[in-house]
Ligand binder design. Sequence first.
Ligand code: S3P
Length: 424
Amino acid sequence: MAITKVKSLKGEITVPGDKSISHRGVMFGAISEGITELTGFLDGADCRSTISCFKAMGIDITQEHDHVVIHGKGLKGLSAPSKMLDVGNSGTTTRLISGILAGQKFISSLNGDESIQKRPMGRIITPLTSMGAHIKSIKDNGCAPLEIGGAPLHAIHYDSPVASAQVKSCVLLAGLYADGVTSVTEPVISRNHTELMLKGFGADIKSEGLTASIVGGPRLIGQKITVPGDISSAAYFIVAGLICENADLLIKNVNTNPTRAGIIQVAKNMGGNIELLNERIVSGEPVADIHVSSSDLHGCEISGEIIPTLIDELPVIAVMAACASGTTTIKDAAELKVKESDRIATVTENLNNMGADITPTDDGMIIMGGESLHGTTIKTYKDHRIAMSFAIAGLVADGETSFDDEGCCVISYPNFFDTLKALS
Ligand code: S3P
């Protein structure tokens, strides 16, 4: 795959279903009674890992492209898997399923790829252990492979040191299996799809400020859910529409939940032409069509409370900042270091290789915008968001941008390059 500079970028697109919502739809459907039907499901490798884990625990799931039907067996209906669960590359699968596995009478184990085996699991081991769960890192290094389950749980209040929806959701899901009320307080609010969706399934779950709480032992009932487009996938085209010349894009049917949509605010702060059209609520989530066009962008500071609302978009936001005039400073984003790759390092390395001027910091990066970019071979480190962010950089770079391995896009956006090609 090689990307070259485009002279114009125009059209109307849809992006694949939201990854976070797709994972949760399968998980919550599996532990509910009756049928859960998902339309608009993300048929990507990560969400397939979630499906295969629940199939391995006796749940009947059928999938045709973006349509998935889950025959739930209720809170206590999972059966012991006959072998180690394979979570692939998926941090969301690993951390959320661990909350569910912690509440099971059987003992199970899970593992994933090389990247998953480096990601920190101490952040879920700590709260689950204080709920009474049996959970251990098999290699005793705070990472997967993990062994989980077989112990009764009690409710806790957990003050999470990180703003992480995966940690929050893990504890809330374990809370379904505990007596009493389990609550989690975060330093800054993270995405709230678990809270919104579990309520729809019948859980007694509340959010007040930075605290979410759940009552144990509910009866969950299967639901019909329409999964909206993923703003993390839309982000590549939002940035493309803003940085390319003669660009005008309409990205239809995108989830704009405020706990996810920080990129829209940042694009506005940087002077981007971006507007939300046809705003509506679908399956309890805010959805809109996003219109973007070529813009004269300027740098800004991105820090504080907005960070968890755009954490997955920071690689492509860094590309946007490199194309803006002036300096952009990204702070309070140390979480970037523990994603599918160390994204402070991988963004810095690739953008600098393209001729940009970026300095990494402990919790972010400083980008001096305005240098012209040139093509190079992108080192993706098998990180889907790095591959796609730098494909967008390639649209404005001189020469050819290629990839050491762009196959990783299947994690969250299998037909990304087809969509890009059709537009340009
Ligand atoms: C996710 C939460 C985020 C995000 C990840 C998906 C989720 O991770 O980076 O891609 O679906 O809950 P953290 O919660 O660990 O920040």
